[in-house]
Design a protein around this ligand. Structure first.
Ligand SMILES: Cc1cc2nc3c(=O)[nH]c(=O)nc-3n(C[C@H](O)[C@H](O)[C@H](O)COP(=O)(O)OP(=O)(O)OC[C@H]3O[C@@H](n4cnc5c(N)ncnc54)[C@H](O)[C@@H]3O)c2cc1C
Length: 433
């Protein structure tokens, strides 16, 4: 009997240290309006402490300078890191650098690892992943229009295209660009990944797209989502990451574990909102009693606890499956948690905001920012509808139509079969009557 929901005491000690560290050292930074240079200065000594604890870049295997913890332990770490937008940077596994370093570790040549991965892990470079385009459906990336053509004489790829929502694109030193290199191939074998230095001629960062999460127009801050044009951009042929036409295959190996990280981070945010919901329930008095005495509020608390517990177990189970059977085996589980986890995140924050009334709606509490952040979760890394569709498709493969289109559970039909099978028994019963 191998089901086991316990955490090893040594690892739990790491988690306990992390929870206290993030709450005491990182949460206070959220209240200051720091620019990037100030934030980097504030994080540097914290990063040193994380390295000294052996918790830096835990998403990578030891041969690439990480801890090789696997997805379950990493998931438990992300649950803590998710509580603050700055915490992943203090631990060297902030998106999109974490996913990009996984890609480089998985598919990079020794030269690419030395040139891009090592400085990325050291925190000396920043990266971005440039796939979505304004003109075609990001939900179906086989429709990508950005091209990369190999100029064999010059030994260079020439890229042309228009991307947007490239997170961190305006502060990145290099971009991993998805581009069509094999136009005649089958849909999922047309695209490749190419490493493009952000300062290559022809790369133009047009703007950071203002969003619901960051409505103010700004440029060049971490967490921005850049709109970028690539016009005749030339990079050496050896900047191809992985084999030609393997872009989607590689993207899956990046996105499947990445979704576990997201879902566990969302649980961290949801827990923080849940704590606020419960705290408010203990003291706010209306119509003669504290809000925690109202049945609606008690339902919110119970429903939130149940949803978070379900999402947590589903996510950790998906992480366990990746650890034991690999990312491909966990694809359906990961699609399940992607849309379910995003909904749980939204629901818990919404209730926490509601119980605080106008205070919840104000920027005096972090709930309104959490609410805006939560909305994006239903879109990035695949919209809800696409993940629901993938789950339903996989499930329906296990089913086939019943003989004669009569449902297999049709009682009269089953009764006829049962009467035949148990004819002797029925006869005995009748003769004994
Ligand atoms: C905060 C944030 C960060 C992001 N970061 C990055 C990044 O770093 N790099 C990057 O390349 N991209 C990034 N994206 C882009 C993101 O991956 C895309 O927005 C997403 O894939 C959806 O693509 P789209 O916006 O083109 O929407 P579309 O593909 O046009 O889809 C719009 C809507 O159509 C519906 N829909 C689509 N397909 C189906 C279907 N098969 N069945 C039913 N309904 C469907 C869904 O409701 C969907 O929301 C980010 C997005 C956000 C919001």
């Amino acid at each position: 009997m191998a089901w086991d929901f316990s955490t090893e005491p040594e690892f739990q000690a790491h988690l306990d240290w992390m929870a206290a560290f993030v709450r005491e050292e990182i949460w206070p930074l959220e209240t200051l309006d720091l620019d990037q240079a100030q934030l980097d200065r504030a994080l540097a000594p914290l990063q040193a402490q994380v390295r000294a604890r052996g918790l830096w870049a835990a998403h990578l295997p030891p041969e690439h300078g990480g801890q090789g913890f696997g997805q379950v332990r990493l998931g438990l770490m992300h649950e803590i890191l998710g509580t603050s937008p700055f915490a992943p940077s203090a631990f060297g596994n902030q998106a999109p650098d974490s996913g990009n370093s996984e890609l480089l570790a998985l598919a990079g040549t020794p030269e690419q690892k030395e040139r891009w991965l090592a400085p990325l892990l050291a925190g000396d470079l920043r990266s971005a992943f440039s796939m979505t385009e304004p003109g075609v459906a990001g939900a179906d990336p086989t429709t990508l229009q950005t091209t990369a053509v190999l100029d064999e004489g010059a030994g260079e790829w020439v890229l042309d295209g228009h991307k947007w929502f490239t997170s961190n694109g305006s502060v990145a030193d290099f971009l991993i660009v998805m581009a069509v290199t094999e136009p005649a191939a089958r849909a999922h074998q047309r695209a490749s990944m190419i490493i493009v230095p952000a300062d290559a001629p022809g790369v133009t960062i047009l703007r950071d797209v203002p969003t619901m999460e960051q409505p103010a127009e700004h440029f060049g801050r971490l967490g921005g989502h850049a709109e970028i044009t690539y016009e005749g951009v030339r990079v050496p042929a050896e900047n191809l990451l992985g084999p030609r036409g393997a872009g989607f295959l590689l993207a899956q190996s990046r996105l499947v574990p990445g979704r576990i990280h997201h879902c566990m981070r969302w649980l961290g945010v949801a827990q923080r909102a849940f704590d606020m919901l419960c705290e408010r329930a203990t003291y706010r008095v209306s119509h003669g009693s504290v809000l925690g005495d109202k049945q609606t509020v008690r339902n919110w608390i119970a429903d939130s606890a149940a949803q978070m517990q379900a999402a947590r177990l589903m996510t950790l189970h998906a992480a366990w499956k990746i650890d034991t059977e690999g990312p491909a085996a966990a694809r359906t589980d990961v699609s399940l948690i992607k849309f379910y986890g995003a909904q749980v995140l939204h629901d818990v924050i919404d209730r926490a905001l509601q119980i605080h009334g106008s205070l919840g709606y104000s920027t005096d509490l972090p709930l309104e920012a959490m609410y805006r952040y939560a909305r994006g979760a239903r879109l990035y890394d695949g919209p809800d509808e696409v993940h629901r569709d993938a789950v339903a498709r996989q499930i329906l493969r296990r089913y086939d139509p019943p003989p004669g289109d009569v449902p297999r559970e049709h009682v009269p039909t089953r009764r006829i079969a049962a009467r035949e099978r148990f004819a002797e028994l029925l006869e005995t019963v009748t003769s004994n009557d």
